[in-house]
Every structure is written in structure tokens, then in C-alpha cells.
Ligand binder design. Structure first.
Ligand code: IPE
Ligand code: MG
Length: 213
């Protein structure tokens, strides 16, 4: 979800307003999930590298996370959305960890998954998984995969990056092995369910061969 800062800057607004509009875009997208064939939507909300940002921006992002979980949990439950978290989220502030633990428990029976990457970095996820796999025996692609944070999720089919950047920025590196990718110039606060539908249509036109022919 990239481009919140540039969205705000283009309007001479504080960055935090861009992040707030970004949350609004998330909310609309999650509401639209029931009209799509998507089983699982994974959002890159806060990377393990985002700690490098100025303290006041990190504080704003953390406060928005607190607010979002509290305000939107009832809606997740009502819409059968199951929450899943990727990353070292247990290293976040204790009150956020408690809110997330509660949200995970309360949404455990949901049918569609909203996975949120929080304090997430893919290289570290893979290193953690490999360490666990090694402790159990042979390190294989399968044994690593069993220990990734995404283990309970369906395979990654489509990755969308907004805001014109063409890189993965340490997101789901392992899981992207055969994912289709779409890079769009749309800034995250402007990304609507209609854009998601366009992406799904483009995805449907792609021929996936997984190395075969
Ligand atoms: C959102 O966009 C990413 C988050 C950490 C939530 P940015 O804050 O990276 O926006 P740009 O790249 O400055 O436009
Ligand atoms: Mg950015």
C-alpha cells in the first residue's frame, strides 16, 4: 500500500492525512471482498524497515492501527472476515499486541481472510522459518514453507503494488515465486474496489505456466 505520502504532498496536506485516507481505502476494499472471488487479501501495513521513519510518523501509524482495530473489528465479525497477522507483530507495543490477540480470537471462525503484515520483513520471515525447519530435521522448500507466517494461507496468486514503484521491498519474497504481479501508478489512497476489479480482470487474462509450457 504505497503512495500515502505523495497523495498528501500533492494536496499540500500533512502526511498523516494521506495515511488516514489510506485506511479509508483499506476499509472500502475489505467491504468489497464479498463481491470478489478473493479468499485472502494480504496488506503490507508496516514493514520492519518502517521504524526508520521519523518518530512522529511511526506514532501516527501505530495510533491509526489501534483505532482501526477497535473501530472495524465488529464489521470484520459481521462480514465473516478472519484476521491473520504476518511478521514480528508480537514485538509491537503491548496494548497493540493485546488488541490483535483479541481480534484474532474473535474472528477465528471467519470465512475470508484479511492478512495484515505488521512489523514484517520477508527475509527475516524466511530466516525464522529455516531455523525452525532445521530444528526439526532437513531443510527443504516444503519444510521452510510449513514455518512461514503464511503457512495457513492459500498460495499467493496476485501481487499488486501501487504508486509507480517497481520493486518488492522485502514483501512475500518466497511466496512471490509464481505470483502474477501488477504495478500501477495509482496512489494507495486513490485505490478503489474498481481498481481491484481491473486487476482481477488482468489477472484472469494472464496465462500461468509455472515453468511448464
Ligand atoms: C504508505 O505510503 C506506506 C506505509 C508505511 C503505510 P508511504 O508513506 O510510503 O507514501 P509515499 O511513498 O511517501 O508516497
Ligand atoms: Mg512509500
Amino acid at each position: 500500500m504505497d503512495g500515502n505520502g505523495r497523495w498528501a504532498k500533492a494536496r499540500h496536506l500533512p502526511r498523516v492525512v494521506g495515511h488516514q485516507r489510506g485506511v479509508e481505502a483499506v476499509r472500502k476494499l475489505v467491504r468489497s471482498l464479498k463481491d470478489t472471488p478473493i479468499e485472502c487479501l494480504t496488506l503490507y501495513a508496516f514493514s520492519s524497515e518502517n521504524w526508520k521513519r521519523p518518530e512522529d510518523e511511526v506514532d501516527d501509524l501505530m495510533n491509526m492501527m489501534r483505532k482501526f482495530i477497535k473501530s472495524d473489528l465488529p464489521e470484520f465479525i459481521a462480514n465473516d472476515v478472519k484476521l491473520h497477522i504476518l511478521g514480528d507483530w508480537r514485538g509491537l507495543a503491548p496494548d497493540i499486541v493485546a488488541l490483535l490477540d483479541d481480534a484474532l480470537a474473535q474472528t477465528a471462525k471467519g470465512k475470508r481472510t484479511l492478512a495484515v503484515a505488521l512489523n514484517y520483513g520477508s527475509q527475516h520471515e524466511i530466516a525464522r522459518a529455516a531455523t525452525k525447519a532445521a530444528a526439526e530435521g532437513e531443510i527443504t522448500a516444503e519444510s521452510i514453507e510449513r514455518h512461514l507466517d503464511t503457512a495457513p494461507l492459500p498460495p499467493l496468486d496476485l501481487l499488486i503494488r501501487t504508486s509507480g514503484e517497481v520493486r518488492l521491498s522485502n514483501f512475500l519474497l518466497w511466496q512471490c515465486a509464481y505470483a502474477e504481479m501488477i504495478f500501477t501508478d495509482v496512489l494507495w489512497p486513490d485505490f478503489t474496489p474498481a481498481h481491484l476489479n481491473d486487476a482481477l480482470e488482468e489477472f484472469a487474462r494472464r496465462e500461468r505456466r509455472y515453468g511448464g509450457r
